[in-house]
Ligand binder design. Structure first.
Ligand SMILES: [Zn+2]
Length: 444
């Protein structure tokens, strides 16, 4: 029997390799949880992951291209080349205190789970004496939906024959459908200041922002119902008796696919131009980042689903239930994969851009109790608990065995690539950001 086809032998091999990494994985994941570094400032978290992979025989490029907290770790040689995605940024207001950053999306688990998955896949290839390359991409600032957008612009991901990702959550899922496409837009208005008592001499940039928002509100009636437009005013002047010469508003446009977002964004830019015309101000519209919707890959989805089922549901202990109960939550945990179709997430992720550059799929493993809100400190409070560690190690097993099987079974990989080729026929990847544009290091 071919090494790739004997699923139960593969399961045993990957479980042994992941078990050997268990202590180090927990140490790293807890350390990254405590660091809780914001996007593009994950200096220590990215260093810890790079050092771990380097110690396991990966060749590490750190930093990778212009982003100081991006890295690329490569093991092995020849083809095929399988990529894995790691993230490690934290979120504001998710720490123990209101003002602290915390891992409210579990990216400490995500980064380490992916890294251990890469180590396990490399170990399986070594044991089987097979050619192949495992590439772990260290991707900064997923929460700013930016890291992978800029990495993709700079040439990442195309070298891989397939790419796998995972995410910790309150539920298990294969996650074939991906997320909403998005454009993150900054509108800056430039007017002319004047004393408030001589406001007829001034032209208010804030009026420009307000009129843009009024126009956007009218626009909402005439766009598809699923499209969401979110906004906040980032600068609106300094004093009521000084006509604001400068104002800016930050918008998100989300839709089911790239085309829908493109259409609505163009119309929103017209609203801004109209607002500038009416207020005799100037407006500059800039896309800070943008994401595609997911190009599904059923072959990879089926493979991940089969490997998910291979391991069965995670064990839940009395201790796990006790911790959740003590935190004032229902002591319930997701068991197994849900039946029935899943739908596209309303949120957005830069990982879906990757799906247009290589065959891609991702899955979720329950690492916190059922119904725990993501991007919340209730979630961050659970990411160092034993259940979260077990979920992270399970993800590493699924990633490890899936990456190995893609290397070992040429026909399987060819089918995934064939599906990808059909899906991208005639498609040209638009990076959505300009060649010289710098990633948005913080809120604009
Ligand atoms: Zn996340």
């Amino acid at each position: 029997m071919k090494p790739s086809r004997d699923k139960s032998a593969n399961r045993r091999r990957v479980a042994t390799l992941v078990a050997a990494e268990r202590m180090e994985a927990i140490r790293l994941s807890d350390a990254i949880a405590d660091l809780a570094e914001p996007g593009f400032k994950e200096d220590e978290s990215s260093r810890l992951l790079s050092q771990y992979l380097s110690a396991r025989g990966f060749a590490v490029e750190f930093p990778w291209k212009p982003m100081p907290t991006a890295f690329k770790a490569t093991w092995g040689r020849g083809k095929p080349s399988i990529g894995l995605l790691a993230e490690y940024d934290a979120l504001p207001n998710c720490g123990p205190r209101e003002s602290d950053y915390g891992h409210g999306c579990g990216h400490n688990l995500l980064g380490v789970g992916a890294a251990v998955g890469a180590v396990a896949a490399a170990g399986m290839l070594r044991q089987a004496g097979l050619d192949g390359q495992i590439v772990l991409w260290g991707c900064p600032a997923e929460e700013l939906v930016a890291g992978k957008v800029y990495m993709a612009r700079d040439g990442a991901f195309r070298c891989n024959d397939a790419i796998l990702g995972w995410h910790p959550g309150g539920a298990n899922a294969v996650g074939r459908s991906g997320h909403a496409a998005i454009d993150s837009m900054l509108f800056e208005f430039f007017g002319r200041t004047a004393h408030g008592s001589h406001a007829h001499n001034g032209r208010s940039a804030l009026d420009g922002v307000i009129l843009l928002d009024v126009a956007a509100n009218y626009l909402r009636e005439h766009i598809p119902e699923n499209v969401r437009i979110h906004m906040c005013i980032r600068h609106g002047g300094d004093a009521p008796n000084v006509v604001p010469a400068y104002a800016k508003a930050w918008y998100y446009v989300r839709g089911k696919d790239r085309q829908q977002v493109d259409d609505v964004r163009r119309r929103l830019v017209k609203c801004a131009r109209g607002a500038a015309l009416a207020t005799e101000t100037k407006v500059q519209a800039k896309r800070l980042t943008g994401c595609y919707h997911r190009l599904r890959n059923e072959i990879l989805g089926d493979l991940v689903e089969a490997n998910f089922k291979l391991f069965g549901p995670l064990t839940v202990t009395a201790e796990d239930r006790k911790r959740v109960r003590q935190a004032g939550k229902k002591p319930e945990f997701a068991a197994g994969l849900p039946a029935g179709p899943e739908s596209q997430s309303r949120g957005s992720s830069d990982e879906d851009n990757v799906s247009w550059l290589a065959p891609f799929t991702r899955f979720s493993v329950a690492c916190v109790s059922k119904g725990t809100a993501a991007h919340h400190r209730d979630y961050a409070a659970q990411v160092k608990w034993p259940f979260a560690h077990r979920g992270m190690l399970r993800a590493a097993e699924i990633l490890g065995v899936t990456a190995f099987e893609l290397c070992a079974d040429a026909a399987l990989l060819a089918r995934a690539r064939d599906e990808f080729r059909k899906g991208t026929r005639g498609f040209v990847y638009d990076p959505l950001v300009t060649p010289k544009q710098k990633p948005p290091a913080e809120c604009p």
